[in-house]
Write a protein that binds this ligand. Sequence first.
Ligand SMILES: [Zn+2]
Length: 143
Amino acid sequence: MSSEKKQVPELPDLIDWTDDGVRLQSARCNSCNTYFFPASHHQHRPGCSREGVEPVLLSKRGKLATYTIQHYMCPPPFKTMGDITPYGIGMVEFPEGISVAGLIMETELDALKTGREMETIAYTLYQNDDGDDVVTWAFRAVN
Ligand SMILES: [Zn+2]
């Protein structure tokens, strides 16, 4: 992230960019090895003792499991600076075994296909009253 422009997440505790890149804040159960996103959303495997859940960051990249292309805006409270249609929504499967849905931005939509490598980015939805970029996570095709 650029140090000149301040980015603030639309929702807390979902995105980490302290590293060189954007990663989703997940959690892992050390008893059943299930990953959770958001980290607070715990759905353990049946019979799990539910002991030892710890915060972890997901890999930066995963593979596109499925997607669709939207030609209409998401209804409120989803908010953007302008019309972003058409845009993709995809499920990205991370090496950790968890799949996460998100916007597909900064990508040639006609070139999308399942199995394609995707990386997590912070996408600016709009600017708040302080002039900060309000961001959410999104996915971008890698090359
Ligand atoms: Zn568990």
